[in-house]
Structures are given as structure tokens and as C-alpha cells.
Design a protein around this ligand. Sequence first.
Ligand code: SF4
Ligand code: SF4
Length: 373
Amino acid sequence: MSADAGSRFVIDDPSALVSALLDDGWRVLGPRLRDDAIVYDEITGPGDLPRGLIDDQEGGHYRLRAGREASWFDYVVGPQSWKKWLFPARQKLWSAEKTGDGFDINPAADDWPKTVFFGVRACEIAAIEVQDRVFDNGDFADPGYRQRRAATLIVAVQCARSAATCFCASMNTGPHADSGFDIALTELADEAAFLVECGSARGAAILDRLEMRVPEEGHLRAAEAASKNAADSQTRRMVDDIPNLLREKLDHPHWEVVADACLSCANCTLVCPTCFCSDVEDVNDLTGDHTERWRTWDSCFTADFSYVHGGSVRRSTKSRYRQWLTHKLSTWHDQFGSSGCVGCGRCIAWCPVGIDITAEAAAFATDPEQSGD
Ligand code: SF4
Ligand code: SF4
């Protein structure tokens, strides 16, 4: 049975796919259990994939618990995103060695073997595409990002449930991925099988090595029902027309209310799969013969982030939170043609005080006289 983009098949479970990828020399990065959370790390065999787990998420809350024993992907997104691989938190850009009359500058080697992101959810594909528009938008390309992205195969997993923090349906970024993957898997719990969608020629070349069956009507119906269940179970949503709404609300009293709760800790920006702010630092040794330039993640929630000569522009938590929310949900559209939020809910679950971006956005939709602020 031969695959091509758009074709669909059925397999018993993802084991053979993981093994085929490893046998073919791919580095497979996927979900693993570490410190009671699902993180993304290297997979050395199908047995590394966490099974039988489900995540409970709420504002400031993330817990894993036992779910259906045989399930493979009942949990959704955890604290990490694929950003940590495509846009590393700390990365050497170049080093320089002193010579007799100057410096030799050596760009840092960017060693990126052919890599599979295994288990990418629809909102995460959308987040990667948001970062593509930042790091590889034609006019301004980050060569390392472009190289890593081009050498990365995406195996998506279609969500069959949502966490209480998910709101991708209202952002039109999920829970079903229609594109942006090489292969997509839908777990069909009642059938003890997976529906496989082929998304590209690269995906087809892998799938051609597997034993697959033609899907029956029941498989297709079960896959549709799984995606519908994930969408229907989302209780949070983003308010309508938020980009225009926020433009008019820069002086709304609710900014003070959220600033009173916000710790300016930057967690929300670090877990966010689209936030891309960075700093650059030069590190010199004591001899003066060697220097290195490093890029590190930064956050608009730190005082230093807006430091210009003489002090920080955004000194208050109110001004930092307003910068984050208005950029993420409003001015991002002007810069990149889309929202900077994909509705993954990470900033809700990993905010230590449980600040909820959907609730904050909704508060700005209310008239200050009626909001009680
Ligand atoms: S702003 Fe929050 S919900 Fe939106 S993409 Fe970032 S972490 Fe996810
Ligand atoms: S909104 Fe929450 S996670 Fe973000 S800076 Fe404030 S306290 Fe930290």
C-alpha cells in the first residue's frame, strides 16, 4: 500500500512508526514524563512515550493522574513547547579569537541532525507557523532557525480531549490540524487503532515502510468524533474582535486590577510557544583573547527588557502586562498578520497566581462602569 499527501490509513499503534523513524536515522523528539510533567525530549524507542496519563489543568494548576491504561495521548500540552528546540533558550552566536592585529570571528556551529517532532498538537503547529513569520519571513531570516525548521519532520497528534485551559477552538488554531504536518495520528480509543493522515512526500516515504490498512467508515467517523469532542469540551474562549477592542482600552481601569495580582515573573512568556523576545550578551575571558556572543530568551515582563539610557521605559507591572497583552492579541496582527496567541492555555496553567488571558481579555470588553473595576 503506497502513501501520498492526503491519503489515510489505519495502524494498530504508533510503535512501528517510532521504530521506523529511528531505524531510518531520525532523531525523534517527543513527549516524555519528567518531574511529574510531560516534557519534550529525545525518544529512544516507543517505550519512552508516556502512556495511561491524563492532565488536569487550571489557572496556576497542572497535575498528571492515571487515565485509561492503554491510552497513548490523552494528555494535552505541558510546560514546554517545541520553541525550546527551534529557538533555544540559550544559544552561542559566534566566538572571536584575538590575532596579531585584530580578531578572527567564528560563527557557532549549529549541529541539527534530521529531526522528528513527534506528537505535535494543532495549536503547536500554529505556534511554529507564528514563529516562522518572526524568524523566517523572507526579509529577515534567522539562518539557524531556517536550517533547523527545514530539517524537521512533524508528526502531529490530533487531540481527542481538551484541558480546561485550552481555547484553541476560539483562536481557529485547533483542536484538529488540517495542515502543517508530514504525518498526523488520531488515536481511536474504542477501536484500539490509530488513523494516519499523510501530509507530505516526506511523510509518505516513512509511511511506505509500515504495514497499514485501508480505513473503514467507522474509523473515519471515530476520528471526526474525537476532534469534535475536543472542540466541544473547551469551556474557555477568547472574546470576539480582541485586536480592535484592545486598541481602544489602553486606559481601562482593569490594567490596575491585573497588575495588582501579577508578579511580573515572566513565566507566561517563557512557557508561551510564540513569545520570541531575546537578549544578546557578550562574554569575555580574563585574558582578553577570547570572546563569545550568546543569545538568550528574554521577557517583556523584566525591568531590564525596556532599559534604554537612563532607565526602563516600562517601570510598572501595569505597563509590562499591558505591553504583553496588547502585543500578543492586537499589535501582533499589524506586525505579522496573525494573533500572537494560539490558545494553548500554557500561560494560564503556569502562571503562579492563575491569571487567565481569556478572563483578562473579557474584562477589557466590559464597560468600566459595569465591570466593578
Ligand atoms: S498567550 Fe498563553 S494561551 Fe496564547 S499561545 Fe501564549 S501561552 Fe498559549
Ligand atoms: S501574568 Fe502570571 S505568569 Fe505572567 S508575569 Fe504575571 S504573574 Fe507571572
